[in-house]
Write a protein that binds this ligand. Sequence first.
Ligand SMILES: [Zn+2]
Length: 297
Amino acid sequence: MTPLASLMVALALGQSSAPYVRSRVDAGDTRTQCLYWTAERITWHQSTYGNPATAGETEFEAMRRSFQSWQDIFAQCGNLALEEGPRVNAREVGYTREGDNINLVLFRDRDCHAVVPEDDACWDDETCSNTYDCWEDDDNTIAITLTTYDERSGIIYDSDISFNAARFSFTTADGGTCFPPVTANCVATDVQNTATHEIGHFVGLDHTYALGSTMNPSAPPGEVSKRTIDSGSRDFVCKVYPQGGASQACLHPTVEAELGPKGGTGCAASGSVAALPALAAWALWLSRRRRREEGVR
Ligand SMILES: [Zn+2]
């Protein structure tokens, strides 16, 4: 589909083409709180395994460049720091009450359908990916960001990015488009292109159909344009994570209460800044939810 045709479809379906769209507690529901980090430093880790099918260790460097592109913007106008921690052997995504809960980036290069028995309970529980270290989600999904957040405050606790290396051939070179099995010195599915998009989810962005956005939900073979973060996504960083200020919620709790469940006004940039409660206090008694972010397709 051409970009214009895909935009027309998006508009017909009521999907947004705003410069940026924030992720919500309930995806797309502007009556619910936006998702955002309040920590000043967010450490992320790459799985030591990397992706053996990508040339050399170039996938690690491509991932670093993707985070650096976002960090460059945060350094200019944002209030948090994205820092790479040491590589880890961990292979589990998601959040547990006990445990390290590191923000993990990993490639899954085995299809669960090939390694998990059909009658395994993990299919219903959606735990096959962690239990068997395999790609469990949709075959056409290139990558997924799994974010855990407080469903009342929208504050993010943990976010992990998984790449579908069971289906896609990830490359790191520049050049023309190629199709597997040809993947040398050309672009099949670009690591940096994919990671830059997923890190957008990691920091609280949802998809938009705005032309040229890093957060456009589709990515054809050979694409590298999402490596460069667009101006709309840049604005998101500057406005939601303002330098010298608090990270911005979308709904002020008292306003929400006064207006009732249908009264949410969304993310007015000029809206008052919500006074955030202490994270620990909220975390003690509010339930947490896991959320699947569809990756680029
Ligand atoms: Zn996505």
